[in-house]
Design a protein around this ligand. Structure first.
Ligand code: ADP
Length: 416
């Protein structure tokens, strides 16, 4: 089968595109068109055309720059690039040639001669600048122009980066301030609800729907959850802004893990899961912030609980490895797809469909905001440690399970 000749036309003016396409297609060529410099580079790499017709004035990278780039791109060096441009001032032809163009066709194109011009470039025609002196003059001018453009772009990027940083800091400051402001009244509500809960004058029981005690306990629980969500948002912002303060002291991971498991089983008495522990008692203390480390471990263990169906088990092991302590939380749950094992540590990343979102810290597949592992990683890394996930994949029938590894250095926490 005869192969069609492919021509890539880089042009942002629709009427030129229509005309050139019509002329070339009637000659039997396949025409691909793109409107700017960066798309031209992508299209050339993807399509490997037989010829590229380049409007010099396109946006982004201009036609000269795209030509120079393509002429040094592996696999495209042999593809002729021809400037098709309305720039007809003295020197424009030479500028196109020093940038790497094989030739120059002025715009508007002459419909009668254009097919012959294209054919001749397809056969390998190449224009040259006759005088070596003139060529070197245009090369110097071209390199100066490139450096000028580069400098301007770097300045623009730096200014944009500084502006983004300023706006990002404003956002972080706002979240931190708003979280603190929200927490203060919430703590008061929670405290008063607790006082009411312990008041024997409140009638009813937690199991008696709509009784005063039932209502107050539900309010207290909802306030506690709200406080946790605000805490997660606050922590993520502090981690993001590198402002997570650590109150460092010796931390015994065994008691921290047991305390977290006790707390989780207390708030999830209805979950039928078996916990196993191994090697934790032999672990030396690590230097760290016990509250923050508790939060990290708690987040990982609640996930193990959330993503393991009833009847499953969670195994928490510890061992000392050279200068580090290794804690692994292994569950017999639904597992994590391999391609998501890094992303689950990103802010707001959840695998569950948001349409089925139900907010619970312990129910099977109970959803959250996707901040738990971001917070856990921020805390562990803030202690100079590492945390990562391992799983053979996600399968709700076979239940391959997941293992979360936490490595913490023995010795001092690195200064932040
Ligand atoms: P959230 O705060 O919403 O619980 P996380 O950041 O803790 O979110 O977790 C992000 C995602 O990682 C969860 O939506 C879940 O799909 C997946 N994940 C975390 N831990 C496990 C696990 N032990 N087993 C299976 N999936 C998990």
């Amino acid at each position: 089968m005869e192969q069609v000749t492919k021509i890539l036309y880089v042009e942002d003016d629709p009427s030129s595109v229509t005309l050139v396409r019509r002329v070339l297609e009637s000659e039997g060529y396949q025409v691909i068109t793109v409107p700017d410099g960066l798309s031209a580079v992508e299209a050339a790499e993807r399509e490997t055309p037989d010829l590229i017709l380049m409007d010099i004035g396109v946006g982004g990278l201009d036609g000269y720059e795209v030509t120079t780039l393509l002429q040094t791109t592996k696999g495209l060096q042999q593809v002729p690039v021809v400037a098709v441009t309305a720039a007809t001032l003295s020197g424009d032809r030479e500028r196109a040639l020093v940038a790497g163009c094989a030739g120059y066709i002025p715009k508007p194109i002459d419909v009668d001669t254009f097919p012959d011009q294209v054919r001749s470039f397809l056969r390998g025609a190449k224009e040259e600048i006759e005088s070596a002196e003139e060529k070197s003059k245009y090369l110097v001018e071209y390199s100066h122009r490139l450096v000028d453009r580069l400098e301007t772009k770097i300045r623009e990027l730096e200014a944009t980066h500084a502006e983004l940083q300023r706006v990002d800091k404003m956002k972080t400051d706002f979240i931190i301030l708003a979280s603190h402001e929200l927490r203060t009244p919430l703590t008061a509500i929670y405290g008063y609800a607790q006082i009411l809960c312990s008041n024997p004058a409140i009638t009813g029981s937690p199991d008696e729907a709509d009784s005063p005690r039932f209502i107050i306990e539900k309010m207290a629980e909802a306030t506690r959850r709200l406080n946790q969500v605000i805490g997660d948002i606050l922590n993520v912002s502090l981690i993001d802004a590198d402002r997570l303060d650590l109150a460092v002291g010796p931390v015994f991971l065994k008691s921290l893990v047991h305390k977290a498991v006790e707390n989780i089983t207390e708030i999830a008495p209805d979950r039928d899961l078996t916990f196993e522990f191994e090697g934790l008692e032999d672990l030396p203390p690590v230097m760290g912030d016990s509250k923050r480390l508790y939060q990290a471990v708690w987040n990982v263990i609640t996930n193990a609980v959330k993503y393991t169906p009833d009847g499953g088990h969670v195994r928490i092991t510890g061992c000392q490895l050279e200068g580090t302590v290794h804690v692994a939380v292994q569950d017999s749950g639904v597992g994590i797809p391999r391609e998501a094992q890094e992303h689950i540590f990103d802010c707001f990343y959840v695998l569950e469909d948001a349409a089925f979102h139900h907010s619970s810290k312990t129910a099977f597949k109970g959803g959250g905001l996707g901040l738990g592992l971001t917070v856990a990683r921020g805390i562990i890394e803030g202690h100079g440690g590492r945390i990562w996930a391992e799983s053979e994949g996600r399968d709700e029938r076979q239940l391959p399970g997941s293992t979360f590894h936490i490595l913490l250095p023995l010795g001092n926490v690195p200064p932040s």
